[in-house]
Design a protein around this ligand. Structure first.
Ligand code: OKP
Ligand code: ZN
Length: 343
């Protein structure tokens, strides 16, 4: 399987993540990519190729221009305002303050565009988000032109990013940008299957009223798990999109026997939809030792996930999302791809 990777994904290393009332070393760290690429090399998974650059057009096909311009300038404005640490939101337009205006103040702007407070912005955040989408789009273009599958080793992840919101370590929704480009290149139906531990709220929201992009997500029950406010089973889409969003919230402690049953349900819905392209939002934070998640998948299970996805017989784009058990992330992510390739 072709792997799209850039050493520059290492460039963004934020110092702070607001977690449990403390600023801790961020879970979403450069070492995640180091372990995956090292394992891919060891296992001779396939050619490793650098990404091409894309302009903003595919990003603006998904995200609001004002939001993207905010991301571009946020760090400069934060520093100009005299703040010492990394940029972290601390106020939101909440239920009784609906946020009809975009304030000038950078703290207010951060809250206006943030969906959560754990994702710090630093000098490299915007360029790293742009690079991450380049990786996804380069891998996508390979899938579209060759009909083969590919792995986009994206960092930062993307599936929590909505039209005009960042958070959950995400800024640009890589799978959504890729799906829209596939549509613009003439693919009629695209399915996005999100197997990250966390619900892909951004992806769901972006395509919620559409029937040309089927979105499915297996994840920790939002009553207990991030992002808490989206990802329930009753969210099935709206207007034209009714029936084209499928959520499988699963309880804490879910093991592979239960998880894989729901994967088969998702596969049945995908078969019924008959997409021309399948995009996998590939998180491996379903792993038993993941530090921020609560499922119980084991490393060999990831081989079986790849095998089961291969049974769909579709051109498949794998896009990296989460996974924070840094020691095992390489084994688990590469196992999915090996299981797919060797099926
Ligand atoms: C991003 B992706 C740690 C809480 C972390 C945010 C989780 C973001 C996950 N104290 N909450 O879906 O893997
Ligand atoms: Zn996750």
């Amino acid at each position: 399987m072709l792997i799209i990777h850039s050493d520059k994904t290492r460039d963004r290393r934020t110092q702070t993540e607001l977690c449990g009332g403390q600023l801790v070393a961020p879970f979403e760290c450069p070492e995640r990519v180091d372990y995956i690429i090292e394992r891919a090399r060891q296992e001779q998974l396939g050619e490793i190729r650098a990404p091409q650059s894309y302009d903003l057009a595919p990003v603006l096909a998904i995200h609001d221009r004002d939001y993207i311009e905010f991301l571009r300038g946020a760090w400069e404005q934060w520093k100009t305002d005299g703040h010492e640490g990394e940029a972290i939101p601390n106020i939101w337009p909440s239920r009784r303050m609906p946020g009809r205006h975009l304030p000038r103040n950078i703290e207010a702007r951060l809250g206006y565009y943030a969906l959560a407070g754990e994702t710090s912005i630093n000098a490299d955040s915007f360029t790293s988000a742009l690079l991450s989408k380049d990786i996804a789009l380069t891998a996508l273009d390979h899938v579209l032109t060759s009909g083969e599958s590919a792995f986009a080793l994206c960092r930062p992840p993307g599936h929590h990013a909505a039209v005009d919101q960042f958070g959950g370590y995400c800024f640009i929704n890589n799978v959504a940008v890729a799906a829209q480009r596939a549509r613009d290149q003439g693919r009629q139906r695209v399915a996005i299957l999100d197997i990250d531990f966390h619900h892909g709220n951004g992806t769901q929201d972006i395509f919620y009223t559409r029937n040309d992009v089927l979105t499915l997500s297996l994840h920790g029950d939002p009553m207990d798990e991030f992002p808490y406010f989206l990802g329930f089973a009753e969210e099935t889409g709206e207007s034209n999109g009714t029936g084209y969003n499928v959520n499988y919230p699963l309880p804490s402690g879910t093991d592979y026997a239960t998880w894989s049953k729901h994967l088969e349900q998702a596969k049945a819905r995908i078969r019924d939809f008959a997409p021309e392209l399948l995009i996998i939002a590939l998180g491996v934070d379903t792993f038993e030792n993941d530090p921020i998640s609560s499922f119980k998948l084991k490393s060999p299970d990831y081989l079986d996930i790849g095998r089961r996805i291969h049974e769909l017989g579709l051109p498949t784009l794998f896009v990296m999302e989460g996974g924070y058990a840094v020691e095992e992330i390489g084994i688990n992510a590469v196992n999915v791809l090996k299981g797919f390739d060797n099926a």
